[in-house]
Design a protein around this ligand. Structure first.
Ligand SMILES: N[C@@H](CCC[C@H](N)C(=O)O)C(=O)O
Length: 292
């Protein structure tokens, strides 16, 4: 089983290309375990999860993503940019814009190549944010949204703005993204009773009306260097709290680098950023690295 390890701003995934092999050596029930084993930084390869790329009946290609803990997510912004780069660089498409099916729907991507004609930047139309509690999902009236609503965790109250970008995000605002102990409150909020499917937790500092800082605790993976859907969710959350001017490109600073996000309130959220290779390799039938 050949793999390619890639990252989008340090958010790193082990990608399995299932486009060429009609006989899939992996079975559906193997994926969660494979993700847990390979993601382990001490005994595996080390990653935030695995990504499967295959053909689709609804779009040009299909992507599935499993977190480090083996849970399957419906969407992954950084993963989509990696998959788009992989597909174009490896000549699975010669057209710079194409569609990818995810479990949360079909997205449109566009690649920009550098002077070596390999993909440098990818823009993804991440679709419309889902703002109603029932669609996130979170507890409470399913037909209202959670904008700067107080929630208590233990002794501490946090004001959360929650929405789904295909996967659920809870955003809280702070004057400094490093001031809030994300390692402590991330898992508490992720597993709290307010979010039946758990949640990704983000801290946002609004620097000015076109620029934010963002740190994330990812559902199923913990602290990561970046989260694409989370960056989109942060911009939407800040706009809903009237802290940003929408209909313009917002610069999002993440620990692993920058993304540009644009949300037209009537429509989709568009994300533009880089994707990169880390290494290629091969696994044996016990999911261990093949040595050469
Ligand atoms: N890092 C991703 C999101 C991956 C899935 C997430 N942890 C979840 O379970 O919802 C991104 O770039 O969007």
């Amino acid at each position: 089983m050949k793999f390619t390890k890639m990252h989008g701003l340090g958010n790193n995934y082990i990608l399995f290309n299932q486009l060429d092999s009609p006989v899939n050596v992996l079975r559906e029930k193997d994926y969660p375990e494979l993700s847990r084993i390979l993601s382990d930084v001490n005994f595996g390869i080390g990653s935030d999860g695995i990504i499967l790329v295959s053909s689709s009946e609804k779009a040009d290609f299909k992507m599935r993503i499993f977190n480090e803990d083996g849970s399957e997510a419906k969407n992954c912004g950084n993963g989509l940019r990696c998959v788009a780069k992989f597909l174009y660089d490896n000549l699975y498409t010669k057209i710079p814009n194409f569609t990818i099916e995810t479990l949360s729907g079909v997205v449109w991507v566009e690649v920009e190549v550098d002077k070596n004609t390999t993909v440098e930047y990818v823009t993804v139309d991440m679709g419309k944010p889902k703002l109603l509690k029932g669609m996130i999902p979170m507890v409470g009236d399913p037909f209202v949204s959670a904008i700067n609503e107080p929630y208590t965790f233990g002794e501490t109250e946090y004001k959360l703005t929650c929405l789904s970008m295909g996967n659920p995000h809870a955003i809280l605002f702070s004057d400094n993204v490093h001031e809030v102990p994300l390692e402590e409150i991330g898992p508490i909020i992720e597993h709290s009773r307010f979010f039946p499917d758990r949640v990704n937790v983000g801290i946002v500092h609004v620097k000015n009306r076109a620029e934010i800082d963002y740190r994330v605790w990812e559902r199923g993976s913990g602290i990561t260097m970046a989260c694409g859907t989370g960056a989109c969710a942060s911009v939407v959350a800040a706009a809903l709290n009237n802290l940003l001017d929408i209909n313009q490109a917002i610069l999002v600073h993440l620990p692993g680098g920058d993304l540009t996000i644009r949300w037209d309130e009537r429509g989709s959220v568009c994300m533009r950023g880089k994707a990169s290779y880390i290494c290629h390799g091969e696994l044996d039938k016990h999911f261990r690295l093949k040595e050469y």
